[in-house]
Design a protein around this ligand. Structure first.
Ligand SMILES: [Zn+2]
Length: 410
C-alpha cells in the first residue's frame, strides 16, 4: 500500500474526473489525422479545469498552458491511436470503455487506454492539480495532446516545438512507463528494397526475368543482418524485421515486373540512419540484384488542412541517468508517491525521436499503464495508475524548477 502524500491525497479528488475523461477519450475514435473530435473534447475539459490558455496549433495538436515563468516544460501525450485490427480478438467493443473490477479502482479497457489516452487524461488532470496546489512562478507548463504520432512519430511534436511554442527546457512524454521514469528509445528507419525484372506470359517464363526470385537471396541476407547489428547495454540490440512483401504483376498468369520488400530497422545507441541505410545497400544480394534501396516517406494532411511530411527516419535518443530532468523525475516520485521510481526505456518508439533525437531538447517519460498492452486487443490502463500519475505530474514542475535553478547556480 502506497503511503499518502499531499499530492496523492489531492489527486484522489480527481479520480472520477480522470476516469470519466479516459472513458470519453476511448469512446471517441481518433485514428491518425482524424483527431478533431478528441481535440474538441480536450479543449473543453482543459478550459473547464481552469487552464490559463487553451489553443490548437496549425497541424491540429491541442495545447493547454499553466503559468508564465521562464522555465518551459512541455507535457506531451499523443491523442491518435492505431486501428483495432481483428474485432474477433476483442472481448468487448474497443470503443466502449469497460472497467474490469471495481468502478473506482479497476482496470479500464478500450483502444488507446495504454497508448496514449491514459497518459493524456492523467496529464490533463495533473496540470489542473498542479495549478490547484499552487503553481511555481518559475515555470510555464504546456500540456499537449499531439496528433499523428502512430503514423509518424515526432512529426506533430516537432512542428509544435519549432513553430508554435517557445523552445522548452524539458519535454515529458506521457507514453506508458508503468509509473517509472524513462529516458530513451531506439530510433528507426523504414526501408523499401525494390527489384526489377521483365514481365512475360507465365506459360513461357524463360522469356522474362522474375524479380521475386531476386528477392530470395536478398531476404536471406536481411535475416542474417539481424545477427550482426549494434548492441547497447541500456537500449538493447539494433534489429531488422521484414514487414511486407509485394510484387507488381499484370495477372496471375504473368511473370511480375517488379517486386519489393519493406524493412523496419530499429537503431540502438551508436547506430545512425545514414550508416544503417548504407549497410543495407552493401548487402551482397542487394548489389548482385542491382536492387534499389530507399527510405520511405510520410506525408499526410491533418484535420486542419495542413499537410506535413518527412522521411521515415527517426533518431535514437538517450538522456543520461544523471541529467537533472531524470533526477527531478525520480524526486517527483518520492515527493508525490513516496516511492523512488526506477529508470528505463521504451521498446517502442515515441515522440522523443523529434524532441530529443532531432531537436536536442532533453526529454523524459512518465506515464500510466504498461507498454506491453499497446496496440493489442488487451489495451488497458489501471485507474490507480491514473491517480498516481496525476500526483506525479502535479509535483514534477516544482521539482524540476528546483533542480534547474540549482544546476544554473553551479
Ligand atoms: Zn504511443
Amino acid at each position: 500500500m502506497t503511503a499518502a502524500t499531499p499530492f496523492l491525497d489531492q489527486a484522489q479528488g480527481h479520480r472520477r474526473g480522470v476516469t470519466g475523461l479516459l472513458g470519453d477519450l476511448i469512446h471517441t475514435p481518433s485514428l491518425s489525422s482524424e483527431e478533431e473530435a478528441v481535440v474538441n473534447l480536450l479543449t473543453e475539459r482543459m478550459t473547464t479545469l481552469g487552464y490559463d490558455e487553451v489553443r490548437v496549433d496549425g497541424f491540429g495538436s491541442v495545447i493547454g498552458r499553466i503559468g508564465s515563468g521562464p522555465i518551459v516544460v512541455v507535457y506531451d501525450s499523443h491523442i491518435d491511436t492505431v486501428g483495432v485490427g481483428s474485432r474477433s480478438e476483442w472481448r468487448t467493443d474497443p470503443f466502449e470503455p469497460v472497467i474490469d473490477g471495481d468502478r473506482e479502482s479497476g482496470v479500464m479497457h478500450g483502444r488507446g487506454a495504454s497508448d496514449d489516452k491514459g497518459g493524456m487524461a492523467a496529464m490533463v488532470y495533473g496540470g489542473a492539480l498542479y495549478k490547484q496546489m499552487g503553481p511555481s512562478d518559475a515555470v510555464t507548463l504546456y500540456v499537449v495532446g499531439s496528433v499523428q504520432e502512430e503514423d509518424c512519430d515526432g512529426l506533430a511534436l516537432e512542428h509544435l516545438l519549432l513553430h508554435t511554442l517557445p523552445r522548452p527546457d524539458l519535454v515529458v512524454l506521457g507514453e506508458a512507463t508503468n509509473l517509472d521514469v524513462f529516458r530513451g528509445n531506439r530510433g528507426r528507419i523504414e526501408v523499401l528494397i525494390r527489384t526489377r525484372g521483365s514481365s512475360c506470359h507465365a506459360s513461357a517464363p524463360e522469356r522474362g526475368s522474375n524479380p521475386v526470385y531476386a528477392l530470395a537471396p536478398l531476404i536471406a541476407d536481411v535475416e542474417r543482418l539481424n545477427q550482426r547489428l549494434g548492441h547497447d547495454d541500456f537500449l538493447g540490440a539494433g534489429t531488422v524485421a521484414l514487414t511486407k512483401i509485394e510484387c507488381e504483376t499484370p495477372s496471375l498468369n504473368a511473370v511480375p515486373s517488379t517486386a519489393a520488400i519493406y524493412l523496419d530497422r530499429r537503431l540502438t545507441a551508436g547506430e545512425d540512419p545514414v550508416s544503417a541505410l548504407d549497410a543495407i545497400r552493401e548487402l551482397p544480394a542487394v548489389r548482385a540484384a542491382g536492387a534499389e534501396v530507399s527510405l520511405l516517406t510520410y506525408e499526410r494532411t491533418s484535420f486542419t488542412g495542413m499537410r506535413l511530411g518527412q522521411e521515415k527516419s527517426f533518431a535514437t535518443w538517450v538522456l543520461p541517468e544523471d541529467h537533472l530532468g531524470v533526477q527531478a523525475g525520480i524526486r517527483a516520485g518520492v515527493t508525490a508517491l513516496d516511492r523512488r521510481p526506477a529508470t528505463g526505456h521504451w521498446v517502442f518508439s515515441t515522440n522523443g525521436v523529434a524532441s530529443m533525437g532531432k531537436l536536442g531538447i532533453p526529454t523524459i517519460g512518465f506515464g500510466p499503464a504498461n507498454e506491453i498492452h499497446a496496440h493489442t486487443a488487451a489495451d488497458q490502463c489501471p485507474i490507480e495508475d491514473l491517480v498516481q500519475a496525476i500526483a506525479w505530474y502535479a509535483a514534477f514542475p516544482a521539482e524540476y524548477a528546483r533542480t534547474h535553478r540549482a544546476g544554473a547556480d553551479r
